[in-house]
Each structure stands twice: as C-alpha cells, then as structure tokens.
Design a protein around this ligand. Structure first.
Ligand code: MG
Length: 498
C-alpha cells in the first residue's frame, strides 16, 4: 500500500481510470511506431485523440480536482503523498490554464506542420516549412502566456519538459559550459588524440547479426526480458507502459554498427529507469521517471559513461567479434577509437560527446529569441548558420544540414532541447559520484558486471519515480546541483590525457 491516508487512497482509486487510459494510449502509440499497418493511421489518430480528450475530462472532473486541492492543504503528508499531490496538481493546473480551443489549434497546426517539414526537408526548401514554423512560434508564445511565467516567456515552456527549469538556469548552465567545452574542442581539433573518422563507419553489417549483438549487450547489462521488449522502429525510443512493461526500439541502418549498438544501450538506460521505480507506486501518478532531463541522464549514462568507455568496449569486444566477423581485422583499442571519434558534424544526432552540447546551445539560443520576438522565421536560417559556424567552425551547405534537420519544432516542442544537455552533463556527475562510492567500479565494467551500478542507480534515482521534483532528486542523489564543469573535466580526462 502506498499510503495509509484515506484521502490519498481515494485519489489513487479515482486516478486509476486516468492511468488506464494512459496505458491504452501508450500501447497504441508503441504499436503505431512498430507493427501497425500504415493505412491504419487515420483510425488510430481518431482513437488516440478521443482517449486524450476523455483523460483530460477525468482529470478536470470537479470532484477529482477538489480532492487533490483538499489533499494539497494537508500538513502531515509524507514524501510519497506529497509527490502524488504535486504531480497531479501540476497536470491539473496545466490542463486548466490552457483552453481546449488552443489545444485543438496546436494539434491541427502541428499535424500539418509535420507534413510540410518532411516535404521541406526532402526538397531542401525552407520556404515550404517557414509559414508553419511562424504559426507554431506564435502558438507557443500563446501557450506560454496561458501558463504564465515570471521572467521570460520560454520559462513556461521549459517547465513543461523539465519541472522548475527556467531560462536563468539554462543561461547559467551554458555560460559555465561553453568556455571550457570550447577549449577542449579546440585542443582536440589541433592535437587529434582520437581520429575524426574511422573506416568502420562505412563497413556494412547484416541486420540479423546486429540484432543478436544488441540482445547480447542488453542481457549483459541486465535487461529483464520478462518485463521488457526490444523491437524495431524508424526512430529509436523507449516507452513505459507500466513498471513491469517497458519497451525499447532500435534500428538497423546496415552500416556503422556502433550507431545501432549505442542507441540500443541509450534506450536501455531510459528503460532501466522506468523498470526501477518502486513497485509500490504501480498505477499511481508517481510511477514514471520525473523529467526528460533526469531520463536523459540515465540513457546518456549507459550510452557514454559505460558504452563508450575503454573498459566496456574492450571487454565486450569478443562478443562484437563473434557476431560481426569483420571486426577480426580490428583490435579492441581500434574499436575503442571507432566508438570515440570527434569531429564537427553539422547534424545533432550524429554528434559525439564533445560537440553534442554545442548543437543544443545553438537551438536554445534561437528558441529563446524566437519566443521573445527578437528573431523572425525569415532571419532564422541565416542566424542558425552564423551561430553553428561560430561554435564548430563549419557551415551548412543546405537547409537539411541546418535549420531543417530536427523534427522538434514542427511538433511544437519548443523548450525541449535543453533537457538533452541537462542529461548529458548529469550523466558525468553520476559517474563521478558512483566512483566515489564504489572506488573499484571500473573493475566491474571491465568484468561486464553491472549489478552494483544498477543497484546504485535504482537506490538513488530510479526507485523514487516522480516523488521528488527533478532538482531535488538530483540534490538528494548527488549531494549537489548541476555542475557543467564536471562534464568538461570528464572530457579533458578522457580525450586529452590519453
Ligand atoms: Mg533519449
């Protein structure tokens, strides 16, 4: 039982239907990305939006809202009870503040915008997408007005993805990160401690062998196959249907095998978070990961801190060689270098650990300007190109390499990008903390034994679900806030003291 208090038990009982609708929505979403026949898309979207409307109505049912209100005024709530009330109050507030007509307009606009973004990207023609982006910026500014903010209109949107996050936080984070990161980057570019390109990037693999290798990696890392799945989708993702039903996907592009392996390990990190939530929280509002930033810290931890480490790559090498026979011509050290090339890529999703955050800084800066009205969609591509050249020293040759590359803005997701950086930075802090508490952790990784690491993550982060707001959870787990310098020194250590 998650609570002895009558009012909390009542809330959870009422909430169960909303939770169940969420389960069906998630399952339908997972199915749509994996096995649904393509022509089912129209029927599925009717069903999906009806479920969303129903769930919205139940959340705003006066009895339920009153119950949550009453509970929030109680003084003797414990942490879990407070968490349940906080999560529900937040959803109710958001749902109340934004009028249904606005939600409908956003949904209509983004559905169209997504189609025109795809077309614009395929034809490398920004003008096709521009009017829709303009409309989306306008709608998101309105969303932010509805939600309310103290200092900057982007604050209200940041908070949607990362509870409590403000432009002040993100400005501070990047101000601390940029100079150090730039120094590391410039040094790597002049000294070349790792290659900028590797021949294995062009070597082709068979999807069937790659699948077996991914499964092997997941098993070694500790993926519980009786509570989780691995499937294929165009864009890899993780979805938590419940604490004991978490599903990840990967893709097989047929070449550059580390992309499939590391993206599988990345999603494993997301999955482990959802799977590690306290079983007592089943079917309650606190049963999932607390925020996108904390979620990304888990995926980046497994992808970068483990998956790209020398200990892991070299110890996992015999398995890689077993399934991918072309690796016979490459030493473990060489495969490690292949996993850790650094180069100024123009494409965010192909960026390495060193350059990745520059891509986020760029997007955040432009989002902030667009939302405050100091940058128009007409000027956007030009400013994009200038800024990426300032950061990385390379300029896009076309729109697809520049302003049209990401899907996010077409879906109305403005304010989402910073969570990627938060997660990446946190993952290095988590590793540092684990190393303090488990000094011989590298030995574990070398032996491909991950029990102690999984236990640490579950104990400090996973089991709490959404009980604590993200900033508080980080402080509890790490004893400190986000510290961008730790990421910079991680990079220095890894790339410049080889
Ligand atoms: Mg992720």
């Amino acid at each position: 039982m998650v609570s002895r208090k009558k009012i909390i038990r009542e809330i959870i009982r009422e909430y169960r239907t909303i939770w169940s609708l969420g389960v069906s929505g998630s399952l339908m979403g997972w199915d749509q990305e994996t096995y649904m026949p393509p022509k089912a898309v129209k029927e599925r979207s009717i069903a999906g939006s009806s479920i969303a409307v129903l769930s919205h109505q139940l959340l705003l049912k006066p009895d339920f809202v009153q119950l949550v209100e009453r509970a929030s005024r109680k003084r003797n709530l414990n942490d879990v009870e407070k968490g349940i009330v906080r999560v529900l109050k937040r959803s109710i507030d958001q749902a109340k503040k934004i009028p249904p007509e606005h939600i409908a307009e956003v949904s209509k606009t983004t559905t169209l915008a997504l189609e025109f973004w795809k077309k614009a990207k395929a034809q490398d023609n920004y003008d096709i997408f521009k009017p829709y982006l303009g409309k989306i910026v306008e709608l998101m500014r309105k969303t932010s007005e509805y939600l309310g903010y103290e200092i900057h209109p982007l604050d209200a949107l940041l908070d949607l993805y990362e509870e409590g996050l403000t432009t002040k936080d993100v400005d501070g984070m990047f101000a601390k990160l940029e100079p150090g990161l730039k120094k590391v980057y410039d040094k790597i570019m002049s000294e070349h401690p790792v290659p900028d390109k590797h021949p294995l990037e062009d070597v082709h693999y068979k999807a069937e062998s790659m699948k077996r290798l991914n499964e092997k990696a997941l098993t070694i890392l500790g993926y519980p196959w009786d509570r989780a799945r691995l499937d294929i989708s165009a864009h890899p993702f993780t979805i938590g249907i419940g604490i004991n039903d978490v599903r990840i996907t990967t893709r097989y592009e047929g070449f550059d095998f580390k992309r499939s392996l590391l993206s599988t390990i990345h999603e494993f990190g997301h999955a482990l978070y959802e799977l590690g939530v306290d079983q007592k929280f089943m079917a309650t509002p606190v049963a999932g990961g607390v925020s996108l930033g904390v979620h990304e810290s888990q995926s980046r931890f497994w992808e970068n801190q483990i998956g790209r480490s020398k200990e892991f790559v070299e110890s996992f090498y015999p398995y890689m060689k077993r399934y991918l026979v072309f690796l016979r011509d490459h030493s473990p050290e060489d495969v490690y270098l292949y996993f850790n090339t650094v180069r100024p890529s123009l494409i965010r999703t192909e960026a390495d650990e060193v350059t990745y955050n520059f891509h986020i800084m760029l997007r955040y800066k432009l989002e902030k300007m667009m939302i405050e009205g100091s940058l128009s969609v007409d000027e956007l591509p030009h400013v994009w190109n200038e800024e990426i050249e300032r950061l990385l020293g390379v300029a896009p040759k076309n729109y697809s390499e520049g302003v049209l590359q990401d899907i996010h803005w077409s879906m109305g997701s403005i304010g989402y990008f910073p969570t990627y950086s938060i997660g990446t930075l946190l993952s290095a802090q988590i590793m540092r903390k684990i190393r303090e508490e488990i000094p011989d952790v590298d030995e574990d990784i070398r032996k491909l034994k991950f029990r102690r690491i999984r236990k640490w993550l579950r104990e400090k982060i996973h089991r709490h679900g959404s009980v604590y707001p993200p900033k508080e959870l980080v402080r509890r787990a790490l004893g400190m806030d986000l510290e961008p310098e730790i990421y910079v020194s991680y990079l220095e250590q890894k790339y410049l003291s080889r």
